[in-house]
Design a protein around this ligand. Sequence first.
Ligand code: ADP
Ligand code: MG
Length: 728
Amino acid sequence: GNAMRLQAIRDVEAYVPPAVSFTDAETPGQIFGENVFSSVVMQKRLPKLVYKSVMATIEHGAMLDPLVADAVASAMKDWAMEKGASHYAHVFYPLTGLTAEKHDSFLEPVGDGTALAEFAGKTLVQGEPDASSFPNGGLRNTFEARGYTGWDVTSPAYVLENPNGNTLCIPTVFVSMTGEALDHKTPLLRSQQAMGEHAERILRLFGHVKPAKVVSFCGPEQEYFLVDRHFFLARPDLLNSGRTLFGAKPPKGQEFDDHYFGAIPERVLGFMMDTERELFKLGIPAKTRHNEVAPGQFEIAPMFERGNIAADHQQLLMTTFKTIAKKHGMECLFHEKPFQGVNGSGKHVNFSLGNNQLGSLLVPGDNPHDNAQFLVFCAAVIRAVHKYAGLLRVSVASATNDHRLGANEAPPAIISIFLGDQLADVFEQLAKGPATSSKDKGTMVIGVDTLPQLPTDPGDRNRTSPFAFTGNRFEFRAPGSMQTVSGPMVTINTIMAESLDYIATDLEAAVADGTDFDTAVQALLTQIITEHGAIVFNGDGYADSWPVEAEKRGLANLRTTLDALPELITESALELFEKYRVFNHREMHSRYEIGLEQYALTIGVEARLTLEIGSTQILPASLRHQTEVAINVGAVKAAGGDADIAALLEVSTPIARLRTALAALKDALDAETGHSAVANTALAEAEHARDALLPAMTAVRAAADVLEGIVADDLWPLPTYQEMLFIL
Ligand code: ADP
Ligand code: MG
């Protein structure tokens, strides 16, 4: 109750954060990657042939030869034990969005009662965790609860330090007995493969005889909040649901704008240095850090890496942040909207494709030929985003991100592309097609004209666009701060595979027909921008006119998760993912089911918490206050004074509203359990969550937030927004 809140405030004031500094032996350059079983380590520790075989496997994404696996496992075990590891863990990424680990000891008992440190190739390559506690959307037969984890050779193993013992961590895929994906990594690897294959076809058309493998790159920008842990622990809603279910807006909010890029508080800086040291050791290239828009909000952006590695690193980053924040007496909040009325948190996914040989294929060249290639890859993005906007939307759909998307701070739920003035102008010229040899008509001629200078890092970037070209990449801004980047990356890779396939097929046919290549490219670009130009929008995504305009253009506005989820099971989506072997129909349906389940689950937890906190903390505190007021009114009256009945009414009215709202919420929660085992139970429960629980919670909160402004401060049980956001 209130005692806890007041104690929290005293504890926060008395708190002394741990000191942090890099010692001389620990300069960032020296510790970078020190806990990673990297290719450099492998080269040192593996026989030459084994090393070569592993590197080839990584390059081609093939299966690891069992003999090679044994040699790698043995070297890996020795290395890890030298680093103090006693256990190893297969790390996987189930569809809860969290990271899961199954730990085993290196020690294996042998016949004579002693134990031997063993780590065989097959233990490295495959594990068998119990899959029954992870969502599977109907993929797992009840009699076969096992799931399989398999080492993703392209993602290096690492040692995770812990005061209670270090662990060798092996990034793995997680599949059912029948090989169907139960995780985020499996489809990421599959989609990566598909995208690369078709990108290489395009490169060959542009004269790259033997292009190196094309991969997708991802640079995730992570926003998060830090709150003092004393406050966090006094907020059961934050603790159990990641967001505050109550809380009046602070009198001083982000309208003051002094936080953004302001000086980082000393305590937070200590936390950042500490996290960076850990990230460096794990080979995670942490780069920029700064305050974000809201008070208590910050951002970290590691350097971009191969999509698959970036995704693993991103998960590891989140776990590391959580752990280190605790060490500094703070809690790190990744929820998309921990505080209502305060800026939310996103995770911008910066996407490009390319390879070491050619760099990013989304960078304009300095001659007409390279420009044509650049424009083709851009056109592929435009076509993909237009054709599959619904899939991009659903890739970021969650109950938690619903609080953020479409609010006036995050990109709208309508998917569109921002190209910037110069590039938009180029495509406008192309739309005028057909090619003429003169620029008089303002038409760009492929193979002849060069591009205007495109700003590489335009300062006036449109922050309201969900999908923006930013000079050498596209930035997808709709993903939520809590999500794994895998979901969006799988979608981007797959829709890009389809677009690149389409373009390659068209151009290959033209070339076979003897059409001049530049002419064919020109015609194709004109066709694509004509058919798909509606997705390009350079205006203000927050403007009221945009949804109206978007509707005219035929762009979907899928406001909430439940509007978006059916996109997963449309004919066109099922066909797309099957064609590029990313998901079969069963896997797609399972993801749809899991999406519904997770949605209902999240809101169900919040609703129960709202009921509990409302009934056991806020109502009692309000009643105490009401009693005090009533006693006061009585006393004043008895003394012959002018009793203020209005003051009593002021508190009694919202109390009555709170009681009514709590009763209604309880009814809605009771109704939830009443479903029979009808066909679409998951859908029914999700709809119930949206239509009954959410509004009932809102009503409870509305009454409670009014009471927060009335009830005596020393009676109020929950740390306030003011306290949580401004005391760090
Ligand atoms: P901003 O906040 O201005 O968008 P940041 O520097 O915070 O920029 O983040 C940019 C992110 O984009 C970083 O993670 C960076 O590594 C990444 N990035 C830069 N170039 C590329 C690229 N070619 N492909 C993918 N990501 C990139
Ligand atoms: Mg950005």
